[in-house]
Design a protein around this ligand. Sequence first.
Ligand code: TA6
Length: 314
Amino acid sequence: MSSDKVGAELCKGINGLDKVVLRESRGASAEVYLYGGQVTSWKNDHGEELLFVSSKAIFKPPKAIRGGIPICFPQFGSHVSLEQHGFARNRQWSIDTDPPPFPTNSLSKAYVDLILRPSEEDLKIWAHSFEFRLRVALSPGGDLMLTSRIRNTSADGKPFTFTFAYHTYFSVSDISEVRIEGLETLDYLDNLQNKERFTEQGDAITFESEVDKIYLSTPTKIAIMDHEKKRTFVLRKDGLPDAVVWNPWDKKAKQMADFGDDEYKHMLCVEAAAVEKPITLKPGEEWKGRQELSAVPSSYCSGQLDPRKVLLSC
Ligand code: TA6
């Protein structure tokens, strides 16, 4: 396929890793690496990059790529026997040549179906057979949609339980000028205070230091406003009741080898997740978790933001 046609194109990315480039008719594009099943780019129809990937990201197994949308499965966070955030983001996915029918509401051709099954090695550390199908799609308007379908394919009759997150790194112009609408007044677990439970105050969330919070039972729509760019990211989610908000700030940024010391100023993770209530699947059962990202002009005017207008207008 020539490089400017609408649809999906398999090609080589950084360090010769396989990636699929998705292109939409109005110019929007996205890229997903088969390593980790990880989206690493989402551009609007002006070619502006909307996701953050660290300039020091290591595109080399077994390290997860720092940025884009890492997939946290079979667990979000730490685990007795698995690496942080599970192993899905550290594995080589395949293109799913025979996906089950997908109730798609879009005629877009800009999508790819990936699949991950556990290797013999994986089964030694997490003894459950599964099929994890991931569809990454661009809508004609340039929205980015990720749909995960995880099925328990165990023959041993045993159920399994997992937690999950789309660990999305949004690109922002200046973290000190970013607000999140939609999480105010909710309870959250604070990772910086031994996962103790607190209740968020009533205003939009702003940032002036490290934040690492798991908001519980959150709305299906969350707005992330970038004041300088007059841009609002709208995250819509389904099957993912929680939302993780993370910025490492300066001290943690310096401690991460694959993250620039000042890069915390230009990124914010807002992650559609299922953490508080782990998901249990019996053999044959399938779980579906979806997130849809759009980037719309903000409705800021002289710093006054009508949260209802933003969340209802998009
Ligand atoms: O999503 C927030 C978080 O759990 C933070 O605690 C921080 O560890 C971040 O994920 C990044 O984790 P990673 O394993 O990708 O370095």
